[in-house]
Write a protein that binds this ligand. Structure first.
Ligand code: HEC
Length: 134
């Protein structure tokens, strides 16, 4: 009840001022401090195997089992995905940016949020980058 007293004015504000991005949308720009974060994780065969498993459940249906961007949802959802087997694909993005997108989502992708531990997400960043090396 008390919570809705706070939410209502914010809701009204965002309806009344069209220039403001809606508060609930996934972020389109990544905070500088998030982009600069350095991957604290040292991958082990076990942690990468775990990341691979998570990837199979949560990511492969869009990004493809080997990261080529040809997952089974691509046609239905009209997704435009990068091919991570191409070393150029992720060149312009820092580890921090990849972490942020995997956690928070972007555009048609919903993020892992708090479902995964940060170290699992950092391992996911390493896995996603490794698709270009196979
Ligand atoms: C519903 C389909 C879908 C799923 C599931 C999904 N993604 Fe994405 N992903 C996308 C789309 C679409 C983009 C491009 C978003 C944009 O730029 O608007 C994207 C972007 C990314 C990016 C940023 C680099 C790029 O390609 O532009 C990374 C990294 C990424 N996804 C990794 C993952 C990982 C890891 C998972 C699983 C934890 C995952 N994605 C699950 C659809 C998906």
């Amino acid at each position: 009840m008390l919570k809705s007293l706070f939410v209502l004015p914010i809701l009204l504000l965002s309806i009344l001022s069209p220039q403001q991005p809606p508060a609930t949308s996934t972020p389109s720009s990544i905070p500088v401090e998030a982009a600069r974060m350095v991957n604290p994780v040292r991958p082990t065969p076990e942690s990468q195997a775990h990341a691979k498993k998570m990837y199979g459940y949560d990511c492969a249906m869009c990004h493809g089992a080997n990261g080529n961007g040809k997952g089974e949802l691509v046609a239905d959802m009209k997704l435009v995905l990068k091919d991570y087997t191409d070393p150029e694909a992720l060149k312009g993005l820092s580890d921090g940016e990849l972490f942020y997108i995997i956690k928070n989502g972007k555009g048609q992708m919903s993020g892992e949020g708090d479902r995964a531990r940060p170290e699992d997400l950092w391992n996911m960043v390493i896995l996603v980058r490794s698709f270009a090396k196979r």
